[in-house]
Write a new protein. Structure first.
Length: 320
């Protein structure tokens, strides 16, 4: 059965999901601010890097509708709502008003891997109405500074063998997974996305903080022995705090993190990714810098409240 899908946020992630859902025959609507209605009404351009690494084949995406207020949302019955914006946007969004515009039958899909975000959302919606997911694609506004394209748009890459995990009420969760598979995007069931994403997200946020302090230059970070040691110690402090708070152990693979492992990742990543990864990191994550700082502040607060050591983490937090 085809779904009536509402996507909150028409950025790099929302547009990709919307295009794939639309291609599968689902009805897609974007909720955007009124000032973006005219631009969005003209259509959007995407570049699918799995089949177009050189960004030579722009894809026109026009098969969607737009709404900009809760009254318009209330006029339809929605099957699925995807929250495709940052954690800081989620925390400030008027979900009280939004809840009045949708029914309890609507599944809310949160894609922010944050315990704090889930707590915020579950204070408003019943837990059984929420499905938690994790974004595994890479997308960005093209062109990057090192790229050229025929038309500005959104470039994206779906990493092979990395399905998006989803957890929550079994029937709602399965419907979301089916919708992703319909759209030719890999997805799988997870016992708990929050637990699964807890430590990888913490690693990424600490890494981004260190990389930004290195001017987003892989070689600079790779050669900065003192900063790498500080990064490793900070990650360990975050992990220890998360273990104490959530009563879970860090994954075996993340117990092996060392300066050598970080150096190896910095050396290999540019040869694995289809885009200029350094430029991508700077362009994309500077846009959501407030989200990175929010996560890092939350990690520091968790460490302090749990009584865990946080001296190195506190210094890392002050670098950017």
């Amino acid at each position: 059965m085809k779904k009536n899908i509402l996507i909150l946020g028409a950025g790099a992630v929302g547009l990709v999901y919307g295009k794939h859902f639309s291609d599968a025959g689902h009805k897609v609507t974007f909720f955007v601010r009124e000032k973006y209605l005219e631009t969005m009404s003209k259509g959007s351009v995407l570049y699918h890097m799995n089949t177009d690494k050189s960004l030579k084949k722009p894809i026109q995406f026009t098969h969607y509708s737009l709404v900009s207020n809760f009254d318009e949302i209330q006029q339809q019955q929605w099957d699925q709502v995807y929250l495709c914006f940052s954690s800081t946007a989620l925390q400030s969004f008027d979900f009280i008003g939004f809840k009045q515009a949708i029914s309890e039958k609507t599944t809310i899909v949160m894609l922010q891997p944050s315990t704090e975000d889930y707590q915020h959302l579950s204070n408003i919606f019943p837990a059984e109405q929420i499905v938690e997911g994790m974004i595994t694609l890479i997308s960005y506004s093209a062109p990057l500074a090192t790229e050229t394209v025929e038309l500005p748009g959104t470039a994206y890459w779906l990493p092979p063998f990395v399905p998006s995990p989803f957890s929550g009420h079994i029937n709602r969760r399965q419907e979301i997974i089916t919708t992703f598979l319909d759209g030719k995007m890999a997805a799988k069931s997870s016992k708990s996305v929050r637990t699964q994403s807890l430590f990888p997200t913490a690693f990424l946020m600490a890494f981004l903080t260190a990389l930004e302090s290195s001017q987003w230059d892989f070689i600079t970070l790779k050669n900065d022995t003192a900063l790498l040691k500080q990064l490793i110690h900070s990650i360990d402090e975050i992990f220890s705090a998360l273990e104490a708070k959530h009563k879970v152990k860090r994954p075996i693979g993340l117990r092996l993190i060392s300066p050598l492992v970080i150096k190896t990742l910095l050396k290999v990543a540019p040869h694995v990714m289809p885009m200029d990864i350094e430029t991508y990191f700077e362009a994309h994550f500077m846009k959501v810098k407030d989200q990175t700082k929010l996560y890092m502040s939350n990690y520091l607060a968790t460490a302090k409240s749990s009584g865990s050591n946080h001296s190195t983490l506190e210094v890392l937090n002050q670098l950017t």
